[in-house]
Design a protein around this ligand. Structure first.
Ligand SMILES: *Cc1c(COP(=O)(O)O)cnc(C)c1O
Length: 449
């Protein structure tokens, strides 16, 4: 960041601090508890601290929005807003309400990802075979206006208590197929170190839990939460991975860089999940600047999310084409390390589906036709000598010498099942297929379609 920008930011922080605590010591600004205590929760305070004056009608509209979807932003994150151009400011748009949030589109849903449906016990979403999402906190430092769990934001009743966490832990203990536990929320880093450590310790004690992941936005909205004490605690529970949530290069400040460096120095691999948001980052150049800045700070862009169909997000949604255009602008044009996977989280709980520009143009029995990022069309010659091996799951006799125990108990799911030699299924038939229902005999999936 340019030194002048840095100086401006510092001046803004001192200014906001001075208004919140006229006689206070500016060093308090860097204390995450001070930041939380002084979160801005009403429009008048936001206007005062930013030195802006909203038109009266606008203010009334926004009060209506806040009544439905509450406002909460840390002084730190507020200080990133450029008050001279707040209407176009990417931080303002993520933190402060818009009247459009109250417009519910035809396709909008309260819980588009069916997280509540796929929840065997409160707080756990078990959607994929080998990993679970574990919501351990319903508290966030800042209420993102684009939150996919907007329905729960500020919902006091749903703050999980000790018994609920214990029930989630019990679920993981009982399900030996769960090798990856993803702690999310809310923000797990809004728990006290001791409480979070208890959860990590309990998870680490479960033999089948191989990795633990934490999803947190604190490096973006409350970077001072990443204390040396927190990092010292976290590094005792490796292998631990962290995903954070930067959406715009402006969010990579001196403070957030320091937070990322501390986490990386604690040996924690860092990833980032960006949400594609209209008016915030729906631009190939902004996205390119963002991924470069992330990688420079040892953060690997992990996912780029298409905006979910949650209620109140319509004004943030872009066509899928915008995401594909962004992927087209990254792949090949910059380091592979900088290229996230673009995903649409399927409504109804289907999980994340990757979407890409098409690179495979055509193929024959011995050749594949591809195009590269420059538009060069090229061919790949298939091997003449590849001997297809029929896999019967007899791993102990396989030339690959990968001696897997219990291989004969393996199950293939979905499209993978159609490809597995050792499974007889030749079709996956959707429920309620009329043609099948017309057949008199009972049909199972193994029949010829
Ligand atoms: C995103 C998500 C995960 C993790 O998915 P990965 O692709 O492994 O990162 C797990 N469970 C649920 C319910 C999720 O939404």
């Amino acid at each position: 960041m340019a030194p002048t920008h840095h100086a401006q930011q510092h001046a803004r922080q001192e200014h906001i601090h001075g208004q919140i605590a006229p006689d206070g010591d500016f060093q308090r600004w860097f204390d995450w508890r001070w930041q939380l205590k002084h979160r801005i929760r009403d429009l008048a305070s936001a206007e005062r601290l930013l030195g802006i004056d909203l038109p009266e009608e606008r203010r009334r509209e926004l009060e209506g929005t806040i009544a439905r979807f509450p406002l909460s932003v840390t002084p730190y994150y507020l200080s990133l807003i450029d008050a001279n151009d707040y209407e176009n400011d990417p931080v303002f748009k993520q933190a402060l309400p818009m009247p459009e949030e109250l417009l519910i589109g035809n396709a909008d849903m309260a819980d588009p990802l069916s997280e509540d449906h796929d929840s065997p016990v409160p707080g756990i979403t078990h959607r994929y075979p080998d990993r679970v999402l574990f919501l351990v906190s319903n508290v966030c430092a800042m209420y993102c206006r684009h939150c996919t769990r907007k329905r729960k934001v500020g919902d006091r009743d749903s703050i999980p208590d000790w018994a609920q966490i214990e029930a989630g832990l019990a679920y993981v203990r009982e399900h030996s197929e769960v090798r990856d536990v993803l702690l999310s929320g809310g923000d797990p880093f809004l728990l006290e170190d001791g409480y979070l450590e208890w959860i990590l310790k309990e998870l680490r004690a479960i033999p089948h839990v191989e990795i633990i992941r934490i999803g947190t936005r604190t490096p973006v909205v409350l970077p001072y939460r990443i204390t040396d004490g927190l990092c010292d605690m976290l590094k005792r529970y490796h292998p631990l991975w962290i995903n954070t949530h930067f959406n715009h290069p402006r969010e990579l400040t001196a403070s957030s860089r320091q937070a990322l460096a501390r986490l990386a120095d604690a040996g924690i691999p860092l990833g980032n999940q960006t949400v594609l948001l209209a008016g915030v980052n729906d631009c190939p150049r902004i996205m390119r600047a963002l991924v470069h800045d992330l990688v420079r700070n040892r953060v690997r862009p992990y996912y780029l999310y298409q905006c979910d169909l949650s209620e109140g997000l319509t004004h943030f949604r872009t066509p899928v084409g915008k995401g594909i255009e962004i992927m087209e602008s990254l792949q090949g044009h910059t380091s592979g390390l900088c290229v996230p996977t673009y995903v649409i989280d399927a409504p109804g709980g289907g999980g994340k589906i990757p979407v890409m520009p098409n690179y495979l143009i055509s193929w024959s029995t011995n050749k594949v036709v591809l195009r590269n990022f420059e538009g060069v069309i090229t061919t790949y010659q298939e091997p003449d000598s590849y001997e297809p091996v029929f896999c019967d799951r007899k791993c102990d006799k396989c030339d690959l010498q990968l001696h897997l125990s219990n291989a004969d108990e393996a199950q293939a799911v979905g499209i993978h099942r159609l490809l597995a030699d050792w499974d007889d299924a030749i079709a996956l038939v959707p429920e309620g297929n009329e043609r099948y229902e017309r057949r008199e005999t009972e049909v199972d999936e193994d029949d010829t379609p």
